[in-house]
Ligand binder design. Structure first.
Ligand code: ADE
Ligand code: ZN
Length: 322
């Protein structure tokens, strides 16, 4: 069967990371910026490994320089996601790339993104909410400025605070102050952990940042005490299997722990992370999970229930999606 039309909830997608390469290439041409080095001959993104990926990601983002660029980007992303059956998505939006963490500028960028989100809701039937996201390798002090942007925009549309970037740089606890600011503003919390580092990283994220969701978290499987803790504390993992295999966290999906984590009772969800970078879509993720683990429509309905439950949006929005 085709999974494309199944309604899907996606909790982990980076806004710029979802930019179709043709869209970025077009903007670069309009602005006379030469970033041809970041594209493959067949029109995809070119990079060697995760750390090079982060560089290419920032180079692609460098041509997104105005609210209007983000309005067009948002429409392009949501049109693609809606085609894959996504009915609700949360995306990571970084003030670092939207006005350089200036609160007034960030509000302008956000207004443009929300405008596109409203248009996509009307035209494609997809609902988007934003998670303001700091970047780990920019450090804890910079993240406080990001958290200030989050505080000033928290509400029914900006619903969470998160962190992406290089997990090998610094520690989760460097971001405690920024996360305290976000929590006090009423935002729900997530952070990338346990993608590149092991179980201690996930433990530190829970202890220092008090997050209710973990981006990836897949290396938790290396410590069954931690897995039990995830179950007891009802922590949701935003698992991105295609991303993990593409970047080499696991050599093949057959060796990915998503099924084991789920069997042990962890709240597991499925997302694409940065779909064009990893040559994936939500439909492809489902197809691969069916091929390797035999998951069927009942499993996917269950995954989507878990995802909607863990979504950061308000109860009215959840009721509308369900
Ligand atoms: N930024 C975009 N994608 C990311 C990933 N998979 N891990 C960490 N930071 C990211
Ligand atoms: Zn991610």
């Amino acid at each position: 069967m085709s999974f494309q039309s199944l309604p899907k909830v996606e909790l982990h997608m980076h806004h710029e990371g979802a930019a179709p390469p043709a869209f970025i290439r077009g903007l670069a041409k309009e602005k006379n910026v030469d970033i041809s080095r970041i594209f493959t001959e067949d029109g995809g993104y070119a990079y060697r490994d995760f750390w090079h990926f982060l560089e290419v990601y920032e180079a692609a983002t460098s041509v997104l320089t105005s609210p209007e660029d983000f309005r067009r980007l948002t429409l392009a992303i949501l049109e693609e996601s809606a085609k894959e059956g996504v009915v609700y998505a949360e995306s990571f939006i970084s003030p670092d790339f939207c006005g350089g963490r200036d609160v007034a500028a960030f509000k302008d960028y956000l207004a443009a993104i929300k405008d596109a989100s409203d248009e996509a809701e009307r035209d494609f039937g997809i609902t988007l909410r934003g998670v303001v996201t700091c970047i780990r390798h920019f450090g804890g002090d910079v993240a406080r400025e990001t958290a200030k942007c989050a505080q000033e925009t928290a509400g029914d549309w900006i619903v969470g605070f998160g962190m992406g970037g290089d997990e090998k740089a610094g520690n989760q606890s460097d971001f405690k102050y920024a996360y305290d600011m976000a929590r006090e503003a009423g935002l729900k919390l997530t952070t990338h952990a346990g993608e590149w580092n092991g179980p201690d990283e996930v433990r530190e994220a829970l202890d220092a940042l008090k997050v209710s969701r973990i981006g990836h978290g897949v290396r938790s499987i290396e410590d069954l005490n931690l897995v039990e803790r995830l179950v007891e504390e009802k922590i949701t993992l935003e698992v991105c299997p295609g991303s993990n295999v593409f970047l080499g966290v696991f050599d093949r999906l057959e060796n990915h722990p998503i099924a084991k984590l789920r069997e042990r009772g962890v709240n597991v969800t499925v997302s694409t992370d940065d779909p064009p970078f990893f040559r994936t879509t939500m439909t492809k993720e489902y197809e691969e999970l069916q091929r390797v683990f035999g998951w069927d429509e009942t499993d996917f309905a269950d995954l989507n229930r878990v995802a909607l439950d863990a979504a950061f949006c308000n109860a009215d929005t959840k009721a509308r999606i369900a």
